[in-house]
Design a protein around this ligand. Sequence first.
Ligand code: FEO
Ligand code: CA
Ligand code: CA
Ligand code: CA
Length: 640
Amino acid sequence: MGGHDEKDKWIPQSQDGVGDLFQQVLDRRLSRREVLKSAAVASSVAIIASVNVESAEAQRVTTPSFARIEPAAVTVDDVKVPDGYYARTLIRWGEPLTMEASTHNVWQQSAVHQSQQFGYNCDFVGFLPLPLGSTSSNRGLLFVNHEYTNEELMFPAYDPKKPTRTQVDVGIAAHGASVVEIERAPDGGWRYVRSSSFNRRLTGETPMRISGPAAGHDWMKTSEDPTGTLVRGTLNNCAGGKTPWGTVLTAEENFHQYFANFGKFNRNDSRYAAHRRYGMPAEASERGWELYHSRFDVVQEPNEAFRHGWMVEVDPYNPNSVPVKRTALGRFRHEAATIGIAPNGKVVAYMGDDQQFEYVYKFISAGTYNPRNREANFGLLDEGVLYVAKFNDDGSGSWLPMVFGQGPLIPANGFNSQADVVINTRRAADLLGATKMDRPEDVEPNPVNKKIYVLLTNNSRRGTEGQAATDAANPRAQNRAGHVIEVTETADDYAATTFRWEMFILAGLPSDPTSYFAGYDKSKVSPIGAPDNVVVDNAGNLWIATDGAASAIKYNDGLFAVPVSGAQRGNVQQFFSSVVGSEVCGPEFTPDNRSLFLAIQHPGEGGTFEKPISTWPDRVGLPRPSVITVQAFDNRIIGS
Ligand code: FEO
Ligand code: CA
Ligand code: CA
Ligand code: CA
């Protein structure tokens, strides 16, 4: 099978009960493989690496050739980059985004100040060139999400049982997203432009429109909004994606945690089961926003939570634009949405629901992308078909349509419209028999090889008592380190409804018998744990950012380059190491791939205002979530 012996002979050795389960799954696959008579099917068996034919395309690919860094211990409070590169802080929590805004002062913080300053816990980073339509790598807009807040690191003497009104309102204002203009300074590094008229904050209070099938549904109506079409704010925005028409899709992830008192919800109310499937807190919420804002109390305002958990489309080039919650893309703990344009022009959004045993989705638009008329694309994500993925053990897979009236999505099962389907996306996927995954994070098409990479961060409950067992696509019981699946759509068409898949990486320490790096020699790779976000460079290499390496493999989180083709396929190399308590988000390149943006989220998490464990990046006072840039001293393409 091809020239790389190392890649063909890998079979995991069982060391313990976990390994045994893993071995059983493989055995199942192998025996199935033997009975398959079709060479075409057998050749694409998953887990065992596929035939490694080095195509002409693979030969063209530029392979990363930096000197990888060593992983850092979990107490290290600094970032690390390879020789020849430098990292610089671009913008920090609290920095003013307008000329009128106050500079950051933790002793005198207010919601008014915070709503004009860079928010907390930066996650998704999207670079959008300026001017619009250009491919500039010297000037652009940065769209940055602010997923959540660490009140214990933001306020002196914070008491989680008794947050003050000011603390609550600062917290709401520190959520959301920032749009900020950035430019390259005369020294070649990056700086943000405080005076830019593009600069903007979206917060938990910013008015947004609801569009698509759920707009106006009875369950979307509240005492404040009897139309069911307008909502305040966006919360827990994790990762996201950019559209070819220059908008950003930002993902409402763990929205459930803000809605308190579900334990007192009337069990005879038809909305009870719907809320339960999304996991609302039984009593007080973690941040206590319900103390001052009744919309966060599910008993007082039973529908507000239905207005969260969506993908939100924002036009960063128009600071007056109203963000839109695109309900056709379903309601779940959205990690991100990344776009591929199918050969027929349809827009395809790939998405994951980040919770244990939840699903991978995609949406295919009814209309087609118009590259000549930007505004003509603004409604594309309102009409189309949502699909959920089924990964079969034989390496095949299918996208199951989630259409009202089809299959089980009928009135007898409580679905009376497409609005019911999208509001209750998870239950619809349950009924369709989709594959329960190990916490889907980024699901990202690679424009170079047209394959889709599904990052699954971990699932400590996989295969445990009363939970779903291992399967070929989630082969490890108590999966601590996560994995990455490579999906090949039929005919490389993003709009296909069938696919093949194979295991690309089973993350972990190279010494872990169950880890697997596309068949690459494990002794030569960097340890990697808990893959979360990914960006694809112009050569088609993946750059994987992690969240949770500290518990998975006992190192700080980082960024890792990995080629997907050629002799280096699967060779995971660490490029960046982050600070104590943090995860690495973004990642994002400029179009020329010579600048890399990383969001350093929750640095020093685990400490408190009074007892911080990190002082990054200021080296004095509190840690501050920040976006940094990484560049080479000689301005070479990152990693080359
Ligand atoms: Fe907010 Fe799924 O990481
Ligand atoms: Ca994430
Ligand atoms: Ca991504
Ligand atoms: Ca994360």
